[in-house]
Design a protein around this ligand. Structure first.
Ligand SMILES: *Cc1c(COP(=O)(O)O)cnc(C)c1O
Length: 400
C-alpha cells in the first residue's frame, strides 16, 4: 500500500483503468464510533489480516492507530512483518497458528506476539526461545476453544494448558482468548454458552493462581451486540471496514464503508436487437441498446457469478450489467444514460450521487458473506487513498 503522498502523486496514473478507492477518514470514523460502545479499559484491536480485508494493510493499520486503536491483529507472520517493516510499533497479535522453529525465530526477531493453541506448540516455543542468543520472555496469547471448533485448547483443559505455559521459561502469558461462532445471530444461545464456558475456564485458571493480564472474546459481531463480551479488548475486523456482520445491527451505530471499486468506460457502442453480448451470448439484446465496455473483470475480483445479475452506477444512475463478466472487461447497458464518453468512471461498489451498491448486495446475490467479497479484490487493482485519516478527526469526536 502506498503512502498518502505517493498515492496522491500517482493517483492519476493509478486511475487509468480500474482501482479500489480507500477512504481513510472512514476508518477513523468507524474506530471512533465503535470505541463509543466500549468502556475505557477495553482496548481496540484493528484486525488487518488478509491485507486488511483487501483494503491494504499498512495504510489501514496506520489510520486505525491514529484513531486510537492500540492493537493490530494479523493471520500470518509475513502479514506482521509487512507492518513492522513499514515502521509500525504497536503490538501485533498473530491470530493464526505458528509451529516451526523458523516461524518462532521470526516472531521473536520481528517483535510479534503468537497465539498458542496446544501444549505441544507451547513446548516448541519455549525450547526455540531458550536457544536464541539473548532469550527474553516472549508474550504469548492462549487460545481456548469454547465452541467454534477451530483453533485452541478445549476450554475444559484450559487450566492445565495455562499452568504448563505459566511454568515454561521464556514465555509470558499476555492474554487468554477465544472466538465466537454465532455472535451476529439473534438467537443468543450459542454465544451465551461460549461466554459461560470462557468464564468457567478463566475462573479455574485464576483459582490455580494465574492471572492473565488480558481477556478477549469479541469479533465485530460480539462488539456490536453485547457489552458483556468486550472484556479487556475487542478484535474488530468487518465493522472497521464499515460493514455490518448482520443487517439487524445497522441500528446499533452508523458505520461508513471504506472501500469503493471503480473502473473506466473503455468503449461505447450501439448494438441492434437480437445481438448477443459476451462469451456464450448469455445476454441477447431485445431492442437496440447503447452499451459500455468497462475495463474490469473477474481477474480483478468481480465475481463471474454476478454476470447478468449485477448493476453499476454511471453518472449517478444504476445500470444493468449484461452478458458474462470476462477476465478483464464487462459490459453495461447504458441506454438510459445520456452524454456518456469513453473514459467516464463507473462505480461497481460504492456510491455515486444518490445511488450505492454495497458488498452486502453482492454477497446476498452470490449466497456468501461480505467478508469474502472484500477479500476478493486482486492486486491488479491499485488501492488509492482518497482521504487522509487526520489525527484531529479522532480528537474532534472526543474518543477516549
Ligand atoms: C478475523 C478474526 C476477527 C475479526 O472478525 P470480524 O468478524 O471481521 O470482526 C476476530 N478474531 C479472530 C480470532 C479472527 O480470526
Amino acid at each position: 500500500m502506498l503512502s498518502w503522498e505517493q498515492s496522491s502523486s500517482l493517483a492519476q496514473m493509478q486511475r487509468e483503468r480500474a482501482w479500489v478507492e480507500i477512504d481513510l477518514a472512514a476508518i477513523a470514523h468507524n474506530v471512533t464510533q465503535i470505541k463509543r460502545l466500549l468502556q475505557n479499559r477495553t482496548a481496540f484491536m484493528a484486525v488487518v489480516k488478509a491485507d486488511a480485508y483487501g483494503h491494504g494493510s499498512i495504510a489501514i493499520a496506520q489510520a486505525a492507530l491514529q484513531a486510537r486503536a492500540t492493537w493490530l491483529g494479523v493471520a500470518t507472520i509475513p502479514e506482521g512483518i509487512e507492518l513492522r517493516e513499514s515502521g509500525i510499533q504497536a503490538p501485533i497479535l498473530i491470530l493464526g497458528a505458528t509451529y516451526t522453529p523458523e516461524q518462532i525465530r521470526a516472531i521473536a526477531r520481528w517483535n510479534l506476539q503468537p497465539t498458542l493453541c496446544t501444549p505441544k506448540q507451547a513446548l516448541v516455543f519455549a525450547e526455540t526461545i531458550a536457544n536464541l542468543p539473548n532469550a527474553s520472555p516472549l508474550p504469548v496469547h492462549l487460545k481456548l476453544d469454547t465452541g467454534m471448533s477451530r483453533l485452541g485448547t478445549d476450554w475444559q483443559a484450559a487450566t492445565e494448558f495455562a499452568q504448563l505455559v505459566h511454568r515454561l521459561p521464556h514465555l509470558s502469558i499476555a492474554s487468554i482468548y477465544s472466538h465466537l461462532a454465532t455472535a451476529e445471530s439473534l438467537d443468543r444461545t450459542v454465544v451465551n454458552q461460549q461466554r459461560q464456558r470462557f468464564e468457567t475456564a478463566i475462573a479455574q485458571i485464576k483459582s490455580a493462581g494465574i492471572t492473565p493480564p488480558k481477556l478477549h472474546l469479541a469479533n465485530s459481531a460480539g462488539t456490536l451486540t453485547d457489552a458483556n463480551l468486550h472484556y479487556d479488548m475487542v478484535r474488530v475486523g468487518l465493522a472497521l471496514y464499515g460493514l455490518y456482520p448482520a443487517a439487524h445491527l445497522k441500528s446499533v451505530l452508523a458505520l461508513k464503508p471504506v472501500l469503493q471499486v471503480k473502473a473506466r468506460i473503455t468503449q461505447l457502442k450501439t448494438i441492434q436487437a437480437g445481438t448477443g453480448v459476451s462469451y456464450g451470448h448469455r445476454f441477447i439484446a431485445d431492442r437496440e441498446l447503447a452499451i459500455a465496455v468497462v475495463g474490469i473483470g473477474y481477474a480483478d475480483g468481480i465475481p463471474r457469478n454476478l454476470s447478468n445479475q449485477m448493476t453499476a452506477i454511471v453518472q449517478g444512475q444504476l445500470v444493468p450489467q449484461i452478458g458474462a463478466v470476462t477476465m478483464d472487461q464487462l459490459m453495461l447497458d447504458v441506454s438510459q444514460v445520456p452524454h456518456l464518453q469513453e473514459g467516464d468512471v463507473v462505480t461497481l461498489l460504492g456510491h455515486d450521487g444518490k445511488e450505492s451498491i454495497s458488498a452486502e448486495d453482492w454477497a446476498e446475490t452470490l449466497g456468501t458473506i461480505s467478508w469474502e467479497i472484500l477479500c476478493s479484490f486482486k492486486h491488479r487493482l491499485p488501492r488509492v487513498a482518497i482521504t487522509r485519516a487526520l489525527p484531529d478527526f479522532a480528537l474532534d469526536t472526543k474518543c477516549q
